[in-house]
Design a protein around this ligand. Structure first.
Ligand code: AMP
Length: 179
């Protein structure tokens, strides 16, 4: 895996969505067939011998990487979505944002009859870790085990990975500056 090629494929947008934030735009990466498949292949190699039952992805950019990885591994994909988007019965979890809170949900039958399902949670980027922490709580509350949370990008300086370390292992392909 050529990390510098992957980093070059990510577009940095300054002051989006508000002044002072550097937004890491992965649309340029996923539009590049070679780099996108290299990223999915690297995730696949990490998880292929771990008897994973499901890949869970966080709406919306997490779905892109998580569903491609689930397909590559030949396992099911479980969506974790913003409140009000999942049609069946759900469990939800609130988490704090800089101002106020947000809420995400999972279907109550997401892992079917599988007891103690082995799940890897995937998102494009971890910043404060709040979204991933809430997602792990949802996975665990369904009786499944989140064996790792995997990210394409970890923004150093926000301690997001540390926040998750009491719940699960954390893996990130790239460490980038950001706070
Ligand atoms: P957090 O809960 O603070 O870890 O935020 C993670 C979520 O917000 C992920 O789903 C990211 O897609 C998104 N996100 C947060 N900060 C950025 C950023 N600087 N660039 C791109 N996406 C971001």
């Amino acid at each position: 895996m050529d990390k510098s090629k992957i980093i070059s494929a990510i577009r940095e947008i300054n002051d989006y969505p508000k002044p002072g934030i550097v937004f890491y735009d992965i649309t340029t990466l996923i539009g590049n067939a070679e780099v996108f498949s290299e990223v999915i292949e690297a995730f696949k190699q990490r998880y292929e011998n771990q008897e994973i039952d499901f890949i869970a992805g966080i709406e919306a950019r997490g779905f892109i990487f998580a569903s491609a990885l689930a397909y590559a591994l030949g396992v099911g994909f479980v969506p974790i979505r913003k409140k009000g988007k999942l049609p069946y019965t759900t469990k939800s979890e609130k988490y704090s944002l800089e101002y106020g809170f947000d809420e995400i949900e999972i279907h109550t039958d997401a892992f079917g009859d599988k007891k103690n399902a082995k799940v890897v949670l995937i998102d494009d980027l971890i910043a404060t870790g709040g979204t991933a922490e809430a997602s792990i709580k949802l996975i665990q509350s369904m009786g499944a085990q989140c064996i790792e949370a995997g990210f394409l990008i970890h923004l150093k300086g926000l301690n997001g990975a540390k926040k998750l370390s009491s719940y699960t292992k954390v893996f990130s392909m790239l460490e980038l500056d950001g706070e």
